[in-house]
Design a protein. Structure first.
Length: 303
């Protein structure tokens, strides 16, 4: 747990050590959270008394009450919903390692559901009409009030310059917010990451004017999409579209060639601002987890 020097962040994958599940059984971690799969009768049996593959089910806690997790959760959810006047979500941790077991409440926040009921068709366009196609989407509905794109240049971006990129994005965000111009934010790596080697380390207020966000992979490595709870709670709360693209694994479409050929209203070292007279249309189908961003000037319908 020693502090990692900043220049060694690129080695984060090397210092992360992974263990097989049998190691967790040896140190007792599985005693109260695991069950066993029996291939002979195709059944899962609670506990570790039988031989066979272990399955993390939390059955000893949830079914047999070795720790009153269900009662604690029910009480907190009821109190939180009453206090906030809306359904809530919580983050918590439980320490089962000592004789005095502890439950720790980390945070509580409103659970926001703001999906449109209509299921939009996102499959009627050809790739030539699209800036982006994603099968990893948060949001549902139609966005048709965006005329600007803040773009991180995929070709010249280097992970060593991610902090400078964050500053440039902040500049464009402040400018567009002041002009009341919602925009589409397109970048590489994770937005809002704490590790500058895995993406662009912005805080929420630095990109708060974005109406939609596209998160693309790097050219050389595949990085898992952003998973920060605070970050995504803001995305859900403010009904911001989020589309993840992994070009490294050939998942989704992002037309970098078209984007980088567009004339810029203003440019920085690694970022640029694009503006259009016609809207950039974002359509999301939350049920199918699909979304598209249509190039300005392409006709569309609201279905």
């Amino acid at each position: 747990m020693d502090k990692i020097p900043e220049e060694e962040y690129s080695k984060v994958d090397e210092i992360l050590k992974k263990y097989k599940i049998d190691e967790a059984e040896k140190d007792g971690t599985l005693n109260l959270i695991a069950s066993t799969y029996s291939a002979e009768n195709d059944m899962i049996t609670d506990g570790l008394s039988r031989s066979g593959p272990r399955v993390i089910t939390f059955a000893p806690i949830l079914k047999y009450g070795y720790f009153p997790l269900s009662n604690i959760m029910k009480l907190l959810l009821e109190l939180g919903s009453w206090g906030m006047g809306t359904p809530i979500e919580i983050e918590f941790a439980v320490d089962m390692s000592s004789s005095k077991k502890e439950f720790g409440l980390l945070q509580m926040r409103p659970f926001v559901l703001n999906y449109d009921e209509d299921e939009l068709n996102v499959d009627e366009f050809s790739n030539e009409d699209l800036i982006c196609y994603s099968e990893q989407v948060m949001g549902n509905g139609l966005i048709n009030d965006v005329y600007d794109i803040v773009l991180v240049d995929f070709n010249i971006f280097e992970r060593t310059n991610s902090r400078e990129v964050a500053d440039e994005v902040t500049y464009f965000n402040s400018k567009l917010v002041a002009d009341k111009r919602p925009y589409l934010l397109v970048g590489v790596g994770r937005w809002g990451t704490k590790d500058p080697w895995l993406g662009i380390p912005v805080t929420w207020e630095q990109i708060a004017g974005a109406r939609a966000i596209i998160e693309s992979s790097f050219k050389d490595i595949s990085v898992e999409p952003s998973q920060g709870s605070h970050f995504f709670h803001n995305i859900i709360s403010f009904s911001i579209a989020y589309l993840s693209i992994d070009l490294y694994k050939q998942k989704g479409l992002l037309d970098w060639g078209w984007l980088l050929e567009q004339p810029a209203e203003e440019k920085k070292n690694y970022t640029r601002l694009l503006h259009y007279e016609n809207p950039i249309i974002i359509k999301m189908n939350g049920k199918k987890n699909k979304g598209i961003v249509i190039k300005p000037g392409i006709s569309y319908d609201n279905n």
